[in-house]
Design a protein around this ligand. Structure first.
Ligand code: ADP
Length: 881
């Protein structure tokens, strides 16, 4: 083995200690990476791979470096890809070092423990998750180091990992650590992998409940965890203790902004499991492209990052207490009535930056002066928000205002920052230019000395020009050579005796004099003193602000909630939403409901629909209709309206009354994915089993096609059995909607009293199909698959031939309990104009009737009325109805 340079032996020592990390090894102005790390960094960041010297094996050593000032561009990209990076800094000034420069790892950056602002693309929380557990009992902890939010929960999950996966999907942590007893379980890793969670290994000892409890008590300086609600919850404590240890281990410092651990139970909220969150596109769309086309995307026009985070939590954790929901709704309603106030509050909120994360960075010690100015500007908006808040009466807002009363303490921080920090400071805190004059007499004096020196230099130039007669003589400065007198070569002959040569350039020469040297030393020493003192003063201000981290976090929380409430009102007004009545019974009644996301994207305008569900007569809606008719949209709109209402938002409807739902289950065919390695049908059945085993009388079930992944007979039989099971004794009362293409199932409504048929109206116009998007009672007997295929552009020869084949099959036999002839006789219909009028009370959608209903006869002349009648008649004739 060849001999390593001292720096390289140092590097290998760190690499041994942090073997799971990429080491960013500071060398002068670069962070260098070596060996395998260099190859990874070059590949992932698309930077040049070079080689230099010799590595351990004596071969040329691969090397990839990034300039130290660009770390904010490169580091987040590596972290986002799931890598851990250990930052190894020079701990002494290389110029003053004797031998190899002293270096040390100052922090390890991981996806779940990031704190720098460059790491975050948006306002969303960035959680580290720790999982602990045994058998069917689990503890989860979620820790956002950037905001200081620290949560834990414990529950039993049988069979394992459904609830764990639900919580993981809801919180979408950036990184996860797992206790030793679960770390080896392939089922858990598989579930986490499916959800794209980065798993990292961590010291197993920290999960030990005794160690974990001690770690938590030491950090929070408490003698019991009772006040945090997790005393005795072994797995909660184990997970939280390990998460805290991991965060401290990577950050390598105390986390002074983490003031409390909150224990929550998922039974306090409506449960939305991972599948439902995905199917309903609650906060992320199915294409995995963030929040666009999701309910969060529609509802989030918040002004502050805190508001955005809180809104996401509210949507992901809808409440199940009518009084808590009504408190939110009251506040939103008050804002809807008071446009001016809402406008004012929102405009003040728009001045507020991410107080939570600013506080995190300030306490943590990696803030800069711009962060302090941002904090000052944010805090300046608070008194105005508070005084507007005081004009409001709703209980929740009054209570929030009360929480802002101790704000007087924070007002002193505004003064502190205002007196100390310049209004537009530079990014770096080490190069001076941050502190206002007048803040420190010592600083002002040194600055005076430096200024005096610079004035002397200016007058020296003038004097020397006169003395030497060289008009172009210049006194200049650069970082390496300091101050110099520059004379062009053309004037060399006029250079006086006492000039001492410093540097020869192509066209000029640079000199100094002993006097200039003396002043140079004075100026440089003053400037060095200034930057050091400015940094000290900045750190002092920073630490004074840190003492208020608790109040700052509380203020951020109040501001965030005000933001959410006023935002929900703004959205409600702009989108024409109504306040839902939220009741403890199980009736869901929606008039003119709309799908909050789809309504703004359909070109021809969205057709609103009604819903009536309860635990008795209207328990089970069996919905038929051709593909593309709007069945999925309709079912999802009902679920989304329920989620919105229980989150405290107004809803897209003209009237809504929502009987509380404790959990929404969905099974949606469209997202069958084979990536998990299970067959489509298996996935479908696993999801179905979960629904049938866990639904409670307060749940809401949405089934969008069941049994499609197997043979028609199998699928039909399973679908039928499912309807019976949900309807019958065990599950009596579970509000359910089932969209199916098995028309034969619609017979069930005759046998099962709480099952009702609905279909989405379409109209056949010759070979064409017109979607009317209206849900109406009654069943349909036709799939219109061939019509839809034609609409999709399948060649006419294929659809024509398919039609012939279909006719052949229909003439021979048909699947199910009725043959084609009987079906026709039974009065099922897919056509709005053929509705069996003897069936249940038809709420038909009839464009003609609608037009007549909407005519204002009082304002029409007899001639206009006659003309309109004529138009309607022509229209009807042209449709040959
Ligand atoms: P299905 O589940 O019956 O196949 P979808 O619910 O997927 O149909 O709806 C198909 C398309 O129809 C949607 O993408 C949407 O563009 C449109 N659509 C659905 N419902 C409505 C409605 N109520 N008003 C207007 N357009 C609608």
């Amino acid at each position: 083995m060849s001999k390593l340079t001292p720096a390289m032996s140092q590097y290998y020592q760190f690499k041994k200690e942090y073997s799971d990390c990429i080491i960013f090894f500071r060398m002068g102005d670069f962070y260098e990476t070596f060996d395998q790390d260099a190859k990874t960094v070059s590949r992932e960041l698309d930077i040049t791979l070079t080689s230099r010297g010799k590595g351990k094996s004596g071969e040329k050593m691969p090397l990839a470096g990034i300039p130290y000032h660009s770390i904010d561009n490169y580091l987040p990209r590596l972290i986002k890809k799931g890598y851990k990076v250990a930052i190894c800094e020079q701990l002494e000034d290389p110029k003053k070092a004797k031998g190899v420069v002293k270096r040390g790892v100052v922090r390890v950056v991981t996806p779940g423990t990031a704190i720098d602002s460059s790491m975050f693309e948006n306002a969303a929380n960035n959680y580290l998750m720790a999982i602990s557990g045994n058998g069917n009992d689990f503890g989860l902890s979620f820790f956002d180091v950037s905001t200081g939010e620290f949560l834990t929960t414990q529950f039993s999950d049988s069979p394992p990992y459904d609830r764990v996966a639900g919580e993981v999907a809801r919180m979408s942590p950036a990184e996860c650590i797992i206790c030793p007893s679960l770390a080896e379980d392939p089922d858990l890793s598989e579930r986490l992998n499916e959800l794209n969670i980065v798993i990292n290994h961590f010291d197993t000892e920290t999960f030990d409940p005794v160690n974990a409890e001690k770690n938590l008590k030491d950090h929070f300086k408490v003698s019991t965890l009772e006040g945090m609600g997790c005393e005795g919850l072994t797995y909660s404590i184990s997970a939280a203790g390990a998460a805290l240890a991991y965060a401290m281990d990577t950050q390598m410092r105390e986390l002074g902004h983490v003031h409390t651990l909150r224990t929550y139970s998922d039974s306090d909220f409506m449960i939305l499991d991972s599948i439902t969150l995905r199917n309903l596109e609650v906060v992320r769309n199915v294409r995995g492209e963030g929040k666009s086309a999701t309910i969060l995307g529609v509802l989030d026009d918040t002004m502050t990052p805190m508001g955005s985070r809180i809104l996401q939590k509210w949507i992901l954790k809808p409440l199940i207490s009518t009084s808590d929901i009504n408190k939110r709704l009251d506040a939103v309603e008050e804002f809807t009535h008071n446009t001016l106030l809402r406008y004012d509050i929102r405009s003040h909120l728009s001045r507020v930056r991410d107080i939570e994360r600013l506080t995190g960075r300030i306490v943590y010690g990696n803030s800069n002066a711009r962060d302090l100015v941002a904090l000052k500007k944010s805090l300046e908006a608070v008194p105005e928000i508070r005084s507007l808040q005081k004009e409001m009466d709703s209980e929740m807002i009054v209570s929030l205002t009360g929480q802002l009363y101790d704000f007087s303490q924070l007002e002193s921080l505004i003064d502190l920052i205002d007196c100390g920090i310049v209004d537009e400071p530079p990014v770096s805190v080490r190069d001076g230019g941050l502190i206002k004059s007048g803040y420190s007499t010592e600083l002002d004096e040194i600055r005076g000395m430096s200024r005096h020196g610079k004035e002397w230099i200016a007058s020296f130039q003038k004097r020397e020009r006169e003395r030497t007669g060289i008009k172009s003589l210049k006194v200049g400065y650069n970082k390496v050579f300091g101050y110099y007198i520059e004379v062009t070569k053309a004037n060399s002959s006029q250079v006086p005796e006492d000039y001492i040569i410093k540097q020869t350039m192509a066209n000029s020469e640079r000199f100094y004099t002993p006097e200039l040297k003396k002043w140079e030393e004075a100026i440089i020493s003053a400037d060095e003193k200034i930057t050091t003192l400015e940094y000290e003063l900045f750190s002092e201000i920073n630490s004074k602000i840190s003492d208020y981290s608790k109040q700052l976090q509380k203020t951020a929380d109040v501001i965030g909630k005000m933001d959410v409430l006023s935002n929900l009102a703004e959205i409600a007004v702009n989108r024409n939403y109504t306040r839902p009545a939220v009741t403890a019974d199980c009736r869901i009644l929606v008039r003119d409901g709309r799908h909050p996301v789809v309504e703004s994207s359909v070109p021809g305008g969205f057709v609103p629909n009604d819903t009536e569900m309860d635990c008795s007569k209207n328990q089970f809606a069996l919905i038929t209709g051709p593909n593309m008719a709007g069945k999925s949209t309709y079912m999802r709109q009902v679920a989304l309206i329920v989620i919105m209402a229980q989150a405290g938002s107004f809803v897209p409807a003209s009237h809504a009354s929502i009987g509380l739902v404790d959990r929404i289950f969905t099974r949606v065919g469209a997202f069958d994915d084979l990536a998990s390695g299970q067959s489509t049908f298996m996935v479908e059945m696993v999801e179905l089993a979960n629904i049938l085993n866990n639904a409670t009388p307060k749940s809401l079930i949405l089934l969008d096609e069941i049994g499609r992944g197997t043979s028609t007979y199998d699928g039909y039989s399973i679908a039928k059995a499912v309807v019976e099971y949900i309807h019958n004794k065990d599950r009596a009362g579970v509000r359910s909607m089932f969209a199916t293409h098995y028309h034969q199932l619609t017979d069930l409504s005759e046998r099962l009293e709480r099952v009702n048929n609905y279909h989405i109206a379409v109209r056949e116009e010759g070979d064409d199909l017109v979607f009317l998007r209206k849900i109406i009672p009654g069943a349909t007997d036709k799939s219109y698959g061939i019509h839809v295929a034609r609409l999709a552009g399948v060649p006419r020869r294929v659809t024509q031939r398919a039609k012939e084949i279909l006719e052949g099959i229909e003439n021979e036999s048909s699947l199910g309990e009725k043959d084609n002839a009987t079906r026709k006789r039974s009065g099922y219909t897919q056509l709005i104009f053929d509705i069996d009028r003897s069936s249940r009370k038809p709420q038909m959608y009839d464009p003609v009737a609608d037009r007549i209903r909407n005519m204002n006869l009082d304002e029409m002349t007899p001639l206009e009325a006659l003309n309109t009648l004529n138009e309607i008649k022509n229209e009807l004739n042209s449709k040959e109805v």
